[in-house]
Write a protein that binds this ligand. Sequence first.
Ligand code: IFM
Length: 477
Amino acid sequence: MTTGNADYRDAGLAFPDDFLFGSATAAYQIEGAVHEDGRGPSIWDTFSHTPGKIWNDDNGDRACDHYHRLESDLDLMVELGLEAYRFSIAWPRIQPTGRGPANEAGLAFYERLVDGLIARGIRPIATLYHWDLPQALEDVGGWANRATAEAFAEYARIVGARLGDRVALWTTLNEPWCSAYLGYGSGAHAPGLTDGATALAAVHHLNLAHGLAVAALRDVVTNDPGYSITLNLHVIRPSGPTGAEAARRIDGLANRVFLGPLLEGEYPADVIADTAGITDWSFVRPGDTELIRQPIDLLGVNYYSTVTVEMWDGVSPRVRADGHQDMGGTPWPGSEHVEFLLQPGPYTSMGWNIDPSGLEDLLVHLHEAYPGLPLMVTENGAAFDDVVTQEADGPVVHDLDRIDYLRRHFTAAHRAMTRGVDLRGYQVWSLLDNFEWGYGYSKRFGIVRVDYDTFERLPKDSARWYAELIRARVIPG
Ligand code: IFM
């Protein structure tokens, strides 16, 4: 029974039997053990050890110590009833310098992980790249260098040859928007560069890397997996008379510059025009868009919140106070005159607005734009300032705000499905509290709490709530 209310708190919504409920993590955010078993340094090791880049100068050296707690973390997944687990493979564990022969110990670790999942009846969803580029590749240009895309295909081939009889779903890249624009445009992420032309070259080489990697995987895998990429598409609300122009620009840079080549075989002409003063796009070589547009089985969607935009005239004091005048450090090359307005609340502790209608809108839009392409929510979740309470039976985290967030977003996903969207599953971000990039350990996204002194895991109430959803296949009341 649905109540259909505007708050997305419907009761009694049932999910189909083949809907894949799971949870997601990423290597650098949870593994730790950065110097062990031959792992090479990544750009995030370098960046996080650069003073002032990360909140509290935190780093991923130990993270959640998952590398040493693999078996008990797998058992935890069973306790929660997960049907799938989305993890990422650290490229520098497989190829310490990003090229050359495989590091056996690195492959063996992920083999234990995949085998451990399968033995427990959990489907492995493997992401090849969740931002931890081998530092040696960055030293010769990183994602601004076409050779990195070619190296990525070789890495994909190595991993595919080893695990390509067991992985259920391959994801090439996680959120290339972040890798390109935060890594090379705004400088908020590793490697911390601030150059618009470099960011746009990175966009293209990431797209190319995806295409080359899918082809390389197809060459070597022996089972019948799905192939996918995960994008953090922006849900954009226009504001005022200039909102449509602002939305077009941000949609171009955030969404269409990926969806175009990946799914339609071309870059959007308006994005090329908008950025003509920054780059001539000569890094796109003849034939590249054909290489990028590989058939995929599923598109991964990461969704957290929405943005509202309008154009600004360049004299607004509020914009100056926001630092948008720093043209050297924008994630929006060529569109620095778009202003991002404060969103109506409520907010998570990231300051991100909570708007489940954005997820429904996004899924329905993708379904209409690309009919026949299955979708999966590969990340959704929320950071809140959790409180640990000591009760008679031990410590607990009553994270009602996270339960409510998840309830509302699962409802949004369900509503999208009733509108015809072919949604195959939902991976909650995140299984564990973890290293939240520039925010270090200050933000907790986990449905399981991690004590960063003892590394003990404590399932929060949201984990119990999620376990009940998975068991009953109905959103708990
Ligand atoms: O923690 C990140 C994740 O690595 C990528 N997607 C967004 C999450 C929350 O910021």
